[in-house]
Design a binder for this molecule. Structure first.
Ligand code: ATP
Length: 253
């Protein structure tokens, strides 16, 4: 066998959801939020998850991140099956290998920006790498704001603090649920550029739920979810194509 004909190693996946089912309630009140959904997110990619309201996007994120338990199917982070972990192991994976950014920022109001950013590292019993906090603050444009409390910061600055908190642990994956949902166009653009740079320059993998086709156009790809299933995927999306795909999806239902 020549060197050229050797099989290449396949792409690695930071997140894999395999036949995920999630039901809430039972009997006639049962809601099937995920209905056998399978999707894989390659390491070092930025993917937007889109679809109509109630399609199961947030449930997919919650189950993939080990914040919720699927009724059936498997969720893997870096090839590790979350269902196979003990509670303490799952907590460690969530703390060290996954970062979260939410629409509402979820910062602790009594802590400064710096204290919010370093909290997950401290909870993991570690210290940030030397110089890491300063580098990160500079990257996020927060150098002069680290002593401020959330109430003293704009929405965009608060979301940058939340992103700093997610990045400082140097996680493999960042799950972002509507990270620009509360921001104006300019602040949204800044956050989306920072998310994209986190993938390009820091090698992170980002899975972002969004309703906004412009936000999705910052991603490498879009996956479309409807009725708890994966229904389409778009590579290198532009906002017009994404909006049209969403419109067609709405018509189909
Ligand atoms: N804790 C819960 N208890 C009962 N039903 C739930 C729960 N969480 C979600 N659901 C239901 O599961 C379905 C999927 O919800 P999910 O929040 O994942 O959708 P989504 O695509 O993120 O919607 P949206 O875009 O409106 O945020 C919906 O019908 C929702 O009402």
């Amino acid at each position: 066998m020549t060197q050229h004909s050797r099989p290449r190693p396949g792409p690695s996946y930071a997140v894999e959801a395999v036949d995920l089912v999630k039901t809430y309630g039972s009997g006639p009140a049962e809601v099937r939020a995920l209905d056998g959904l399978s999707v894989r997110f390659p390491t070092g990619s930025f993917t937007a998850v889109m679809g109509p309201s109630g399609a199961g996007k947030s449930t997919l994120l919650q189950c993939s991140a080990g914040l919720d338990t699927p009724t059936a199917g498997r969720a893997l982070i870096g090839g590790v099956d979350l269902a196979a972990l003990r509670d303490d192991e799952l907590t460690r994976v969530r703390r060290e290998r996954i970062g979260f950014v939410f629409q509402q920022y979820n910062l602790l109001p009594e802590l400064t920006a710096e204290e919010n950013i370093v909290l997950p590292v401290q909870l993991a019993g570690r210290r940030p790498r030397r110089g890491a906090l300063g580098e990160l603050a500079e990257r996020l444009g927060l150098s002069g704001r680290l002593g401020h409390r959330p109430a003293q910061l704009s929405g965009g600055q608060q979301q940058r603090v939340a992103l700093g908190r997610a990045l400082l642990t140097e996680p493999e994956v960042i799950f972002a649920d509507e990270p620009t949902g509360n921001l104006d166009t300019r602040a949204s653009g800044e956050i989306l550029e920072l998310l994209r740079a986190s993938v390009r320059e820091l090698g992170r993998t980002i899975v972002m739920v969004t309703h906004d086709p412009v936000a999705a156009s910052y991603a490498d790809g879009v996956v479309l979810v409807a009725d708890g299933r994966l229904v389409d995927a778009l590579a290198k999306p532009d906002a017009v194509t994404v909006a049209e795909s969403l419109r067609l999806l709405g018509q189909r239902r």
